[in-house]
Ligand binder design. Structure first.
Ligand SMILES: *[C@@H]1O[C@H](CO)[C@@H](O)[C@H](O)[C@H]1NC(C)=O
Ligand SMILES: *[C@@H]1O[C@H](CO)[C@@H](O)[C@H](O)[C@H]1NC(C)=O
Ligand SMILES: *[C@@H]1O[C@H](CO)[C@@H](O)[C@H](O)[C@H]1NC(C)=O
Length: 191
């Protein structure tokens, strides 16, 4: 009795090992992996600090309106407008200070009640070990609030597997032109 049970156990173990050693392409397109096999060893936590220059006026704007609702004129919040940006990110608020990256993407006026933006953009870094790496932001930005928090939803290069958040504070805003300098503190976990 015990011997039969043992045989059965061995047989079922063999069967499982044969089945699990089948080439994976036959029936599946996914598999678990370890971070190590991609050379991603230690999770890091990085705080980035820079100033975002959003220039809508003058001969070389960094933010251009590319679409708007036909009703925009009637909306006090500009609801429906879409702006494409390629804004420099600098170390200090001075626009001649070192550029560490650019904010490239779109903001759209998404609120009928207040100045509430939908932000969909990438921070493309060009400085030091961050050169060539990117972070992706998808969030809500109520530009007249003191601090706005936006999620960092991913990244590439040194920012693979990134997640975290950005805090934006308006440093300077010209009401007549609409030009702005915004201070960003970005806290991100990555590998
Ligand atoms: C920096 O800002 C000043 C004042 O707004 C402007 O005249 C100048 O063209 C800007 N320089 C650059 C490099 O954007
Ligand atoms: C960033 O990388 C590009 C392309 O690899 C290179 O041309 C450029 O000089 C680098 N910039 C800095 C500041 O390291
Ligand atoms: C980051 O974005 C740049 C474009 O700005 C792209 O060329 C590059 O491949 C991205 N970096 C990585 C590591 O994917």
């Amino acid at each position: 009795m015990e011997f039969k049970l043992m045989l059965l156990l061995i047989a079922s173990l063999l069967l499982t090992s044969i089945l699990s050693s089948q080439p994976s392409q036959a029936s599946t397109f996914s598999r678990p992996f370890n971070h190590e096999e991609l050379g991603l060893r230690v999770e890091k936590h990085t705080h980035l600090h820079f100033y975002f220059h959003d220039i809508v006026s003058g001969p070389k704007p960094t933010a251009v309106r590319v679409a708007q609702a036909s009703m925009t004129d009637k909306s006090p919040t500009g609801f429906g407008a879409v702006v494409m940006i390629d804004d420099p990110l600098t170390i200090t608020p001075d626009n001649t200070s070192k550029i560490v990256g650019r904010a490239q993407g779109i903001y759209a006026l998404a609120s009928q009640e207040e100045a509430g933006l939908l932000m969909v953009l990438n921070f493309a870094f060009c400085e030091g070990k961050y050169n060539g790496s990117n972070l992706s932001v998808l969030g809500r930005n109520t530009v007249f609030s003191k601090v706005r928090e936006m999620p960092i939803v991913g990244g590439s290069g040194v920012f693979r597997f990134a997640r975290g958040y950005a805090h934006a504070r308006t440093h300077w805003f010209d009401l007549t032109t609409g030009d702005a300098i915004v201070e960003y503190n970005v806290y991100v976990s990555h590998y």
